[in-house]
Design a protein around this ligand. Structure first.
Ligand SMILES: Nc1ncnc2c1ncn2[C@@H]1O[C@H](COP(=O)(O)OP(=O)(O)OP(=O)(O)O)[C@@H](O)[C@H]1O
Ligand SMILES: [Mg+2]
Length: 112
């Protein structure tokens, strides 16, 4: 199992979640987030550090997927999230040890 986490532009949320739904994901978690990437951290280090950061609103989309679906999901995300502009977002993939459906006790792939 993999956990695909995508940090996306809030205004792309509907398009991206619909694209994932059409692909057939079984579920997803959507949360408000804020953060910055390469453009936002402004550092002036000159005898004592001054450091300002402007965190922008973002949306975090998390999807648990069987390993064999991961690449396709990444493709769907990249296609629907990319506008070619800075700030389009970032996606990362993490290994997941276990997933449990609370109601049934099912585990692993069956629980996704
Ligand atoms: N290294 C990182 N670690 C954790 N979160 C990150 C990291 N880089 C970006 N993010 C998250 O992703 C969001 C979008 O990042 P962003 O698309 O600006 O990345 P970038 O590396 O600056 O690429 P680009 O040059 O296309 O803007 C950030 O607001 C932040 O929430
Ligand atoms: Mg950026």
């Amino acid at each position: 199992m993999k956990l695909v986490t995508a940090i996306i532009q809030p205004e792309k949320t509907d398009q991206i979640t619909q694209a994932l739904g059409s692909f057939g994901v079984q579920g997803m978690t959507i949360s408000q987030a804020s953060g910055y990437g390469r453009q936002r951290g402004r550092t002036q280090v000159y005898r004592g550090a001054e450091y300002t950061v402007d965190a922008l609103p973002k949306v975090r989309v998390e999807v648990l997927v069987p390993e064999e679906d991961c690449d396709e999901i990444l493709g769907v995300l990249i296609l629907s999230a990319n506008t070619g502009t800075a700030g389009d977002g970032k996606i990362w993939v993490t290994n997941v040890e276990e997933v449990i459906r609370i109601r049934t006790g099912e585990r692993g792939k069956l629980a996704v």
